[in-house]
Design a protein around this ligand. Structure first.
Ligand SMILES: [Zn+2]
Length: 138
């Protein structure tokens, strides 16, 4: 396990690394996955470092899940779809995170997308996706 000081998501929380932020409050941060498995793929993380979702205490877990519910419904609005996948994985970045992936039945990605979309969206496209989501959150 890497030391917490090297944690990329902690650096994003502290503003030491950039992200395409879509939501922030005192406990939770959400931003676009830079290697999206579908358009609108976002990550929801607790600001406080923890390795696994199950390391959070009950109050922290409940807060994260409540905000994930809020954001998933915003993604449904932004992408005009009823289907948003929620995935908890964790071998990539060693900081608790929940993936939200707005899907379309005709997107050709199958039940669970397993790899980043190619070509990767450009930074211009990422900004447009970010704006599209932020617009429905405000
Ligand atoms: Zn961290």
């Amino acid at each position: 396990m890497k030391p917490k000081e090297d944690c990329i998501f902690c650096k994003i929380v502290k503003g030491e690394m950039p992200c395409y932020k879509i939501y922030e409050d005192k406990d939770v941060l959400s931003f676009l996955d830079i290697n999206p498995y579908c358009i609108g793929h976002v990550l929801v993380i607790p600001k406080k470092h923890s390795r696994w979702l199950w390391d959070l205490n009950e109050a922290e877990y409940t807060r994260l899940v409540e905000r994930t519910h809020f954001l998933a419904n915003k993604l449904r609005d932004a992408f005009k779809t009823e289907w948003v996948e929620e995935v908890v994985a964790g071998i990539g970045t060693e900081h608790t995170h929940i993936h939200l992936q707005p899907r379309k039945f005709d997107d050709g990605l199958g039940e669970l997308p397993t790899k980043p979309i190619i070509p990767k969206p450009t930074s211009e496209e990422m900004k447009k996706i970010q704006e599209k989501i932020v617009k429905v959150i405000k």
